[in-house]
Design a binder for this molecule. Structure first.
Ligand SMILES: Cc1ncc(COP(=O)(O)O)c(C=O)c1O
Length: 396
């Protein structure tokens, strides 16, 4: 196994060959309940009929053109995304990381346009994750990811929810941008309060700092609203999206307001593949499902799952906290969550483990009520087999 590959991933032994909705099937025919959705990606689940039809149709017409030529779908996806996010212009990418790179370059360029090119640094939040290219990695908090690649871009980190530390960093550093996730995903499904998000907005306006919301994991409806920041009524200057946006195909977007829409001039940013006809067709299938009320299911199933997790917290001393919104939920344990995650996998429930002690639960948006019930039963029957008190070696 792993012949010919760089050793960057620890992968499971099963070989997955098919799926339907929130169910995945391996090569032996065994079915798993997929509550990870390819790391918060597969919003429409697996084997989605309309997606398959749209992609088959497009593959038979034209797959790739580059951004030098027009196809019918780029503007359609861009305008619909802008309407859903209160933004005015989009740049398409092939991944979340690239959407962050676009945001960082946009912030740097905006400072040049304003006549403050010395504002080159960034402020980010402890616990944040923004990707692994050199720019995005610079903002990513975990030292384990950054250390082997230093030196990186200058970043000041502030602790989440500490408004004074944020005010001090923005006023003293005068950065190009503040970059934050309204709900930290890799950081353990940690939600920022509406009060903090609103203050961050006010401080960015006061100090002339661009506010970049990284909604690559929390956006596109995963929390029940199209953007997580919409729960707090905050509009940033730049939003990055990716993961569910094209229902599993590689696509990201960096969106910005009318005031910043003309920041890049021709040739100042680009991508060979991004925003091609195939991924745009997939994005349109996803956006059609959103228009048909998909986020209602996210809200309902999210409520059902959250209530079930809260019941587990009341019953089982191993459960420390329930975190998150909609279908972006975390179950924080008193243990390292690693062994529990592996036991859940053995019992056919796919979730993963973030920030050491948190089980991340991010099912497809199309998950059904019986599937949520089944996942809760598997969680209960598995968690009950683990001791409540952490062993010394398992303490996070
Ligand atoms: C909040 C956030 N930002 C950025 C990224 C990087 O996205 P990608 O892996 O698509 O490059 C991720 C991926 O997990 C993420 O969760």
């Amino acid at each position: 196994m792993d012949e010919g590959l760089m050793k960057t991933y620890a992968r499971t032994d099963e070989v997955f060959v098919a799926g339907h909705g929130a169910v995945l099937q391996d090569s032996t025919g065994r079915e798993f309940l997929d509550f990870l959705a390819g790391i918060a990606v597969s919003a429409l689940g697996h084997g989605h009929a309309e997606l398959a039809t749209a992609l088959r149709d497009q593959v038979g017409k034209v797959v790739h053109l580059s951004n030098l030529f027009r196809h019918p779908y780029t503007e359609q996806v861009a305008t619909r995304l802008c309407a859903l996010t209160d933004m005015a212009a989009a740049f398409f990418t092939n991944s979340g990381t690239e959407a962050i790179e676009c945001a960082l370059k946009l912030a740097r360029k905006a400072m040049h346009v304003r006549g403050t090119p010395e504002r080159t640094s960034f402020v980010a939040l402890e616990g944040g994750f923004h990707g692994r290219s050199l720019g995005a990695l610079s903002l990513t908090w975990s030292e384990k990811y950054r250390k082997p690649f230093q030196p990186l871009q200058k970043v000041t980190w502030v602790p989440p929810e500490d408004q004074d530390a944020l005010a001090n960093a923005l006023r003293t550093d005068k950065p190009a941008a503040l970059v934050l996730e309204p709900i930290q995903g890799e950081g353990g499904i940690r939600e920022l309060s509406p009060a903090y998000l609103q203050r961050a907005r006010a401080l960015c306006t006061e100090t002339g700092t661009l506010l970049v919301h990284d909604e690559i994991q929390s956006g596109c409806g995963r929390t029940g609203k199209f953007l997580a920041a919409q729960h707090a009524g905050v509009v940033p200057d730049v939003v990055t999206l990716a993961k569910p946006i094209a229902a599993g195909l590689p696509m990201g977007a960096c969106l910005t307001t009318a005031a910043l829409a003309d920041t890049f001039q021709k040739g100042e940013h680009g991508s060979t593949f991004a925003g091609g006809p195939l991924v745009c067709r997939a994005a349109l299938v996803f956006l059609d499902e959103v228009d048909r009320g998909l986020l209602g299911n996210v809200q309902d199933r999210g409520h059902q799952l959250r209530e079930g997790l809260l019941a587990l917290q009341r019953e089982l001393p191993i459960v420390r906290e329930v975190r998150g919104k909609g279908l972006m939920l975390g179950l924080r344990l008193h243990h390292s969550a690693d062994a529990v995650q592996k036991a859940l996998y053995q019992r056919g429930l796919i979730v993963n483990c973030t920030a050491t002690d948190v089980l991340r639960i991010v099912p497809p948006f199309v998950v059904t009520a019986p599937q949520v019930e089944q996942a809760l039963q598997t969680l209960r029957s598995t968690l009950i087999t683990f001791p409540a008190a952490p062993k010394e070696k398992d303490k996070p």
